[in-house]
Design a protein around this ligand. Structure first.
Ligand SMILES: Cc1ncc(COP(=O)(O)O)c(C=O)c1O
Length: 368
C-alpha cells in the first residue's frame, strides 16, 4: 500500500533516490491514459492532433518551470542525444575548437562531446580535484581557444552546485558558448533561464521531476537558434512538417529544428503531468523542504563525513556521506531500515524530496 504526502507518492520505506529515479505521481497512470491511450484507443478525430497537444503541454509546463518560452524548448530522448545534436549543429571558428568540461561532469555527456573530436574539436578537462564552484578555476581555464563550455549545474558524485550564472556570464564575455546540464537540478533548484542566458541547456524528467525516463529536453537561446544547423533531422525538424515536398527541407524557426522524425509521445504524457505538479507545489517550496530535511541529516553527521558542501547555495538536493571505516556498518543499518539510497565513488547519496518527512529522517539518522 502506498499513501500520498504533498501530492507525491510515499513508498513503504524511506525513498531517497530522486537523484537517480524520482517516484511517479499517484495519478501518473491516469494522466498518461487520458493524454496517450484514450485518443489512440477511441481513434476519435486526428490522433496526432491529440498527441502533439500532449507534447505541447509538456513544453508549456517546462517553459513555466524554467521561466522561458515554449519555442526555445525541444523534446529529446536523453541529455546525451541532445548534446550530440548540438555539437553537430555548430560551426565553431578554427581557433576556438576546444570544449572545456570537468572530470566531475556526467560521463554520458562527455562521451557525446567526445564524438565531436572527429569534427576537429578537442576536449579540455578541469581536474576532478579542482573546486568547480570557485570562479578562479573557470577564469583560468576559459582560454582564448575555448569555443564551448559544459557546465553541470549540480554534479552527481559530489552534490556540488556550480555558480552557473557567473560561469555563463564569463563565457559570454569571452565569446564562448555555454551548454548547461540541469539533470540533477531541474525540479529541485529554482532555474531562471531568462537570467542565465546560456546558449544551450539540457535536462530530463527522470530524477527530481518524477516524470520517468524518455522525456528529456534541449533548450536553445533565441539568438542562437538561427545559427544552428543540426545534422540529425526528420520531418518534425521542418518548418512545416506537413509540407511533404521531398526536395525542400527548411529548418523550423524555433528550437524544434533539433527534433527529428516521428516523436515518442508516452514519456511526455507522463512527464507533462509531473512538471505540472512541480509547478503547482512550487519549486521554492520543494527546495525549502529539501533544505530542512537535509539540515536535519547534516546536524547528525560528523563534519568529516559530509562530502557534499554544507553551504546551502553550494549544494544541490543530494547529500553525499562517507563515514570512513564505519561506512559499511551504517549502510547495513540503513538497508535494514528499508532506506532507498545508493553509493558512488565519493560516498552514499541521500536525496530528501517531497515524499519524505521529519519522522523518516529522524529514524534514518539513528543509523549513523
Ligand atoms: C549530471 C547528469 N547529467 C546527465 C545524466 C544522464 O544523461 P543521459 O540522459 O544522457 O543518460 C545524469 C544521470 O544521472 C546526470 O546525473
Amino acid at each position: 500500500m502506498s499513501e500520498t504526502v504533498n501530492g507525491l507518492t510515499e513508498r513503504q520505506g524511506i525513498y531517497l533516490l530522486s537523484h537517480s529515479v524520482g517516484l511517479p505521481l499517484p495519478n501518473a497512470e491516469r494522466a498518461a491514459a487520458k493524454a496517450f491511450w484514450t485518443p489512440w484507443e477511441t481513434g476519435n478525430g486526428d490522433i496526432w492532433q491529440h498527441w502533439l497537444g500532449t507534447i505541447e503541454a509538456f513544453r508549456a509546463e517546462l517553459a513555466l518551470l524554467l521561466n522561458s518560452n515554449i519555442g526555445n524548448i525541444c523534446p529529446q530522448s536523453s541529455l546525451s542525444s541532445a548534446v550530440g545534436k548540438v555539437i553537430y549543429s555548430l560551426d565553431l571558428a578554427a581557433d576556438k575548437k576546444v570544449i572545456l568540461l570537468s572530470e566531475e561532469d556526467f560521463p554520458s555527456i562527455a562521451f557525446a562531446l567526445q564524438k565531436g573530436v572527429s569534427s576537429g574539436y578537442t576536449l579540455k578537462f578541469i581536474d576532478a580535484g579542482a573546486d568547480t564552484s570557485d570562479m578562479t578555476i573557470w577564469r583560468s581555464q576559459m582560454t582564448e581557444d575555448v569555443g564551448l563550455v559544459l557546465v553541470t549545474h549540480v554534479q552527481s558524485n559530489n552534490g556540488r552546485q556550480l555558480p552557473v550564472q557567473q560561469i555563463t556570464d564569463l563565457a559570454r564575455s569571452r565569446q564562448i558558448l555555454s551548454l548547461v546540464d540541469v539533470a540533477q537540478s531541474v525540479g529541485i533548484l529554482p532555474i531562471n533561464l531568462a537570467q542565465w542566458q546560456a546558449d544551450f541547456v539540457v535536462g530530463s524528467c527522470v530524477k527530481w521531476i518524477g516524470g520517468g525516463p524518455g522525456a528529456a529536453f534541449l533548450w536553445v537561446d533565441s539568438p542562437m537558434i538561427e545559427h544552428c544547423q543540426p545534422q540529425s533531422v526528420g520531418w518534425f525538424s521542418h518548418q512545416d512538417p506537413f509540407e511533404f515536398d521531398i526536395h525542400h527541407f527548411r529548418y523550423a524557426d524555433d528550437a524544434l529544428r533539433f527534433w527529428g522524425g516521428t516523436p515518442t509521445v508516452y514519456p511526455f504524457a507522463v512527464a507533462a503531468n509531473s512538471v505540472q505538479a512541480i509547478n503547482a507545489i512550487g519549486v521554492n517550496n520543494i527546495r525549502q523542504n529539501n533544505l530542512e530535511l537535509s539540515d536535519q541529516i547534516i546536524q547528525a553527521v560528523p563534519s568529516e563525513a559530509l562530502i557534499s558542501p554544507v553551504q546551502e547555495d553550494l549544494r544541490g538536493g543530494t547529500l553525499v556521506l562517507d563515514f570512513g571505516r564505519r561506512q559499511d556498518a551504517v549502510m547495513r543499518r540503513l538497508i535494514n531500515l528499508n532506506v532507498h539510497f545508493d553509493c558512488r565513488v565519493k560516498g552514499m547519496r541521500l536525496s530528501p524530496h517531497t515524499c519524505n518527512n521529519e519522522d523518516q529522517i529522524g529514524a534514518l539518522i539513528k543509523c549513523f
